[in-house]
Design a protein. Structure first.
Lengths: 252, 216
């Protein structure tokens, strides 16, 4: 297998054209218990990370927001309240099962009519150029096969001056925290997955995919290479999670 | 330039601060649900953003009233600020304890810039929240149970108030009358009046002496 034709899937190397199906298999398996597992795995802290990402988004009333890999709609619900009836939120996810769970959840929560659901691949976003004021992708980028293609696609769909926010697991900045985090990820997480979701392999993949994902600095370079300017990132909870931000050039 | 240690503390405190703001915001929303009259008053302030800058310890919080009239608390806000208020934590604490936040805002050392009338308005609204806990309980427990709980809570509250008043009165009496550790308010006032009289008499004597010296 040529290097250019392969990509990582956790610690394994797989052909690029197979990764999407393998990731889809993982999410089909965990979709029903996704929210519960998120709460258990992060002790609810994922809500704090998402909240901070929303603050950084600077989204206002009337804006158009695209939430890629929006899954069960945590960010979309918040954005829906902020943009109000004059704005729109598009919840996009490549995975049908996740989109279905998200749609059902939002239906139960009486979501506003300003949320639209789209099954879309982040690498080939099916939206016109310069369409959104803000694009977010929370805990989704590491599952994308070609991250550079996805970032370029997001750049294209953003309006000039619009901002991209990537909320993703990253590299702890403290050595002791990193060791504790490793022990937690590779031992406790799969066990938790087995007990709660009867699926330890998916949570083993989660831990492995986090380790294979670019760290803070590497991801910032990828974002800059896609054309974004004023790029920066915020470490949360000692770097376990980082929020990267990039702005599309207002003259683009 | 910040040291690495300072940056690490800042990163952890970012999560904690966001969590604290989230909890406070949830409490505010719950309180708003229990006092519907304040929601309409807050809606009139929708679009306003208040920057609360605490200098000691250093902390910046934004209070934003969204289009639905709901208060939102944020670490970061890039929109236009309606009013900025800056001061130490103790100055803000004094404001929250004050019976009249408007008067306190004017007289306190807090620095205010922007539309101060909006700040006065929101501080009045938040200060005078009249929480209808019984109505909230009725939704879950029904009329009878919530009324009983409400009555019990009111009785406990009344008993607490009476006990506190009585205890304070007895401590005051013991300090002033029994142990004589401190003079009573009346004695103190008498003392101040006598001192004032003495000072005036001394001033008169002084001017009389000066007058006599000149005459001699």
């Amino acid at each position: 297998m040529k290097e250019n034709d392969s990509t990582d899937f956790g610690f394994k190397t797989v052909p690029k054209n197979e990764k999407a199906n393998l990731v889809a298999g993982i999410f089909n398996s965990v979709a029903d218990r996704y929210d519960l597992m998120n709460d258990l795995m992060s002790i609810g802290i994922h809500r704090i990370w998402k909240r901070f990402a929303i603050e950084l988004s600077a989204v206002r009333e009337g804006n158009s927001v695209l939430d890629i890999a929006g899954g069960t709609g945590d960010l979309a619900i918040k954005f829906s309240d902020i943009v109000g009836s004059d704005g729109t939120v598009v919840l996009a996810d490549i995975n049908e099962s996740m989109l279905k769970v998200g749609r059902d959840k939002l239906l139960d929560k009486c979501w506003r009519s300003n949320i639209n659901f789209v099954q879309a691949d982040a690498q080939k976003l099916p939206f016109p150029d310069a369409n959104f004021e803000c694009i977010t992708i929370a805990f989704g980028l590491r599952n994308v096969t070609d991250k550079s293609a996805a970032l370029k696609s997001m750049y294209r769909a953003l309006k000039p001056g619009g901002r991209l926010l990537i909320l993703e697991f990253s590299k702890p900045t403290n050595g002791i925290l990193a060791k504790a985090y490793d022990a937690y990820s590779f031992h406790i997480l799969p066990l938790m997955g087995k007990i709660v979701a009867n699926d330890s392999d998916s949570y083993k993949y989660l831990a492995e995919s986090i380790r294979m994902h670019p760290d803070q600095e590497e991801l910032q370079i990828l974002v800059e290479d896609a054309g974004f300017s004023n790029c920066d990132y915020y470490n949360m909870t000692g770097g376990i999670v980082a929020i990267h931000r990039g702005i599309k050039n207002p003259d683009a | 330039m910040q040291s690495i240690e300072e940056l690490k503390i800042q990163m952890l405190s970012q999560t904690l601060q966001t969590a604290a703001l989230a909890m406070l915001e949830i409490s505010m929303h719950q309180a708003m649900k229990l006092d519907r009259s304040k929601c309409s008053r807050l809606r009139a302030l929708s679009g306003c953003a208040f920057l609360i800058n605490i200098t000691e310890p250093s902390l910046t919080v934004y209070l934003i009233i969204d289009s639905a009239g709901q208060p939102r608390l944020q670490n970061i806000y890039e929109g236009e600020i309606t009013t900025r208020v800056s001061g130490t934590a103790s100055e803000f604490f004094a404001l929250t304890l004050s019976e009249d936040p408007g008067k306190e805002l004017i007289n306190s050392p807090l620095e205010i810039s922007g539309e101060s009338n909006r700040l006065l308005e929101i501080s009045q609204i938040l200060k005078n929240l009249d929480l209808d806990w019984e109505a909230y309980l009725t939704e879950y427990l029904g009329d009878i149970a919530s009324h009983r709980i409400g009555s019990s809570v009111r009785r406990v509250h009344q008993w607490n108030k009476l006990t506190k008043d009585s205890l304070l009165r007895q401590i005051r009496e013991y300090i002033h009358e029994e142990a004589r550790l401190s003079p009573s308010k009346l004695e103190l006032e008498d003392f101040y009046t006598d001192t004032q009289k003495l000072r005036l008499a001394a001033d008169r004597l002084d001017s009389l002496t000066k007058k006599l010296r000149k005459a001699i």
